[in-house]
Design a binder for this molecule. Structure first.
Ligand SMILES: Nc1ncnc2c1ncn2[C@@H]1O[C@H](COP(=O)(O)OP(=O)(O)OP(=O)(O)O)[C@@H](O)[C@H]1O
Ligand SMILES: [Mg+2]
Length: 334
């Protein structure tokens, strides 16, 4: 086997019942993963970046043996998925359901020791590991309290600690900073970075572009069950180097955005609502020449432009260039 994780043509189709009235239902198919190929090397901090519904959790659930893939194959830590699942589970530290994976009546320390027991750690070892994790995550003050009394950020931290209990060489974390405030999220990312420095391979899923950008060595951008782009952050940005990005803030309708996308010299235009503001991201190889036409098209569609800023290319722009959508779009099949 090459690498810590190798994924070959992995597919997952869900069959879900759809209600049609009180007594009727039909079956719908959701192709959540469409032939994923990826190889993750030992020591990498690997990001899976994609919008809601991209298939990130589905991929993680397959890799951690919680879901049976529909097609393809994968090897995790040298073990073949579906054939050596016990060995995979023993060598992966996983944070998947966030706080829902904890026992709320037990204290933080009891939770860690309990999950240590599930991994067959000797009592002395699990006590030591639990104490180390409590120290590392600065949970000392609340460690003896029942988890039901924790704030949601504290529960999230403990859920992350649970992924460390078996001291696995591979950590798989599904949106671990979800529900954390900004300083706590920054702290948790620092711990993940430090664990990676000490040799752990990490797979880190997120829909927050800046997280992937600041934390990860390599990133796979996923959307609708497919890997759209793969590389280091500088490589992904360089793939757009012929394009310049202009961001326009104001009151901008969908029709105005579509008119801008139709202009000659504009390769992509994507509209997102952020904090009550509309932001239109426009990509063009010749932004100066396009600007007058752009303003004309916007005003013809009654847009109110408050700010126009030329910007550095971000990972989100790579996503926009491939899909015409922003990462904030929800692509879940409803
Ligand atoms: N149990 C299920 N039955 C049917 N469809 C499902 C099921 N679980 C997920 N899906 C669908 O599969 C697709 C991928 O979902 P998934 O949860 O893997 O996305 P995600 O990238 O983790 O999204 P998020 O950022 O919202 O967590 C979505 O269209 C979702 O609606
Ligand atoms: Mg998810």
């Amino acid at each position: 086997m090459q690498g810590q994780v190798r994924i070959e043509n992995l597919g997952k189709t869900y069959h879900a019942r759809q209600r049609r009235g009180l007594f009727k239902s039909s079956e719908s198919r959701v192709e959540a993963l469409k032939g994923i190929h990826l190889a993750i090397q030992p020591g990498e901090l690997f990001g899976l970046l994609g919008p809601n519904g991209a298939g990130k959790t589905t991929l993680i659930k397959c890799l951690t043996t919680l879901l049976l893939p529909t097609s393809g194959a994968a090897w995790v830590n040298g073990y073949r998925l579906t054939e050596q699942d016990n060995l995979i589970r023993a060598t992966v530290g996983c944070m998947l359901m966030g706080e829902r994976g904890l026992y709320w009546k037990l204290s933080g320390r009891e939770n860690l020791e309990f999950f240590g027991a599930l991994y067959h750690l000797m009592p002395a070892t699990r006590r030591r590991r639990a104490a180390e994790i409590i120290d590392l995550l600065e949970l000392g003050e609340i460690a003896e309290r029942a988890v039901e009394t924790y704030s949601s950020g504290q529960k999230m931290k403990l859920a992350f600690g649970k992924a460390l209990i078996n001291d696995a060489p591979l950590l798989i974390l599904d949106e671990p900073t979800n529900t954390l405030d900004l300083p706590s999220a920054r702290e948790l990312r620092a711990v993940v970075g430090a664990l990676n420095e000490r040799g752990k391979t990490v797979i880190y899923t997120t829909h927050i572009m800046s997280e992937a950008e600041t934390l990860c060595d390599r990133v796979a951008i996923v959307d609708r069950g497919e890997v759209l782009a793969l590389g280091s952050v500088p490589e992904l940005k360089a793939s757009l180097k012929r394009e310049a990005v202009t961001r326009i803030e104001g009151i901008i309708s969908n029709a105005a955005a579509r008119a801008v996308e139709g202009l000659p010299g504009v390769s992509r235009a994507a509209l997102a609502a952020v904090n009550g503001h509309n932001t239109l991201t426009v990509m063009s190889p010749e932004p100066r020449a396009v600007l007058p036409r752009l303003i004309e098209a916007l005003t013809a569609h009654q847009a109110v432009v408050q700010k126009i800023v030329p910007e550095e290319v971000t990972l989100e722009d790579v996503f926009i260039a491939r899909t015409g959508r922003t990462l904030a779009d929800d692509t879940r099949v409803k």
